[in-house]
Write a protein that binds this ligand. Structure first.
Ligand SMILES: NC(=O)c1ccc[n+]([C@@H]2O[C@H](COP(=O)([O-])OP(=O)(O)OC[C@H]3O[C@@H](n4cnc5c(N)ncnc54)[C@H](O)[C@@H]3O)[C@@H](O)[C@H]2O)c1
Length: 332
């Protein structure tokens, strides 16, 4: 499996380690800046370096490309790679908006190349534990989730609208959104109400958000997104499920089940330590990349793929629109 990397920043260093751990061949790297690209190539022993995507796709000798660039590049880089017969794993958010996400899905369908969106929490053992256990909660009525940074936030391109598309919602809130959707069995969004704003720093994207989503399985989800928050209810992707027969939550991960006979609450501990040594460990990304490689080997559509990413982008578009007009936005 010959894998290339578009972007040589924070997340692609993690993906390059993951590629090494799963025994892939790290073949080529793309960055418009030669210096960080050389450092990345040296660190991971990558033989080929390219300053343009066209050159990489023509000459890079790739089976797959991992895209970890600023958000505005995700769609054009993904579409070009898919059309060149290269499988793609693209970082979240998959695009700047749902229209671009649709174009990426179309490119995957037409080219036959595989598209995976790196919604990493779907590979987390605690998320998987809760998903398995959630059948014991009865019908889930509502969920609550958080994707927010406490007393910190990114700078640079992350805070520029034309490069990032949005702020804390697309950077952090999307983790809570995708985790809830995964736990609920990937329902479709039908309506969104959101209030997004910028209160903590002087930049053009949102640093604070509350978002309510109604799904087509009659569940309502509430999310908080943020950077520089004075308080957060839990770490990235922390999610609560409220069911007719009990309550389940991530980080700390456990169930609370009413015991009517004994008139008490039975707490079912998952056994995972909390807080974790690292909330986003390398192993999470190793599992994710291993899955991408397996999908390529078996020629199977990855999940999370284009469709899962697109649903998230539909919610995000509707959230920005709802916040702009101050009303609920329905999604057709
Ligand atoms: N899933 C996660 O846990 C997670 C964590 C961090 C970031 N991300 C996502 O990964 C993506 C990248 O984030 P990051 O933190 O690594 O950012 P970063 O700024 O550290 O890295 C971006 C890289 O893209 C390169 N780049 C910029 N313009 C380019 C161009 N025209 N051609 C080629 N390369 C170019 C930069 O030089 C840099 O190497 C974002 O979409 C972000 O949302 C996901």
């Amino acid at each position: 499996m010959r894998i290339g990397f578009a972007g040589t920043g924070y997340i692609n260093k993690i993906h390059a380690c993951a590629a090494q751990h799963c025994g892939a061949e790290l073949t080529a790297v793309l960055n418009h800046k030669a210096e960080p690209m050389k450092a990345f190539a040296d660190q991971f022993g990558i033989p080929r370096q390219y300053e343009t995507l066209e050159a990489l796709l023509k000459d890079g000798d790739l089976d797959a490309l991992v895209i970890g660039t600023p958000n505005y590049l995700h769609a054009p880089q993904t579409i070009a790679a898919l059309n060149a017969g290269v499988h793609v794993m693209v970082e979240k958010p998959m695009s700047m908006n749902a229209r671009e996400a649709e174009q990426m899905c179309e490119a995957a369908q037409k080219s036959g190349s595989l598209l995976m969106v790196a919604h990493c929490w779907r590979f987390d053992p605690e998320v998987l534990w809760l998903k398995e256990q959630s059948s014991g909660l009865g019908k889930i009525i509502r969920t609550k989730g958080v994707g927010a940074h406490l007393h910190e936030g990114p700078g640079g391109w992350f805070t520029q609208k034309e490069l990032a598309g949005g702020g804390a919602l697309v950077d952090m809130g999307i983790h809570a959104l995708d985790t809830a959707r995964f736990l609920l069995g990937d329902p479709k969004p039908v309506a969104v109400y959101a209030k997004l704003g910028t209160y903590y720093k002087d930049f053009e994207v949102d640093d604070t958000g509350v978002i309510i989503v109604e799904w087509d399985n009659d569940v309502t989800s509430y999310f908080e997104s943020g950077w520089w928050q004075p308080h957060v209810d839990g770490p990235e992707a922390a999610t609560q499920l409220y069911g007719t027969q009990g309550f389940g939550q991530l980080f700390p991960t456990r169930l609370e089940l009413p015991n009517i006979q004994e008139q008490k609450i039975d707490v079912i501990e998952s056994g995972f330590p909390f807080p974790r040594e690292s909330h986003s460990p390398q192993s999470l990304y190793d599992t994710q990349l291993e899955y991408f490689v397996k999908c390529i080997e078996k020629q199977e559509t990855p999940h999370p793929g284009g469709l899962e990413g697109l649903m998230n982008m539909k919610v995000i578009d509707a959230a920005y629109e709802s916040s702009r007009i101050g009303k609920v936005v329905e999604i057709s």
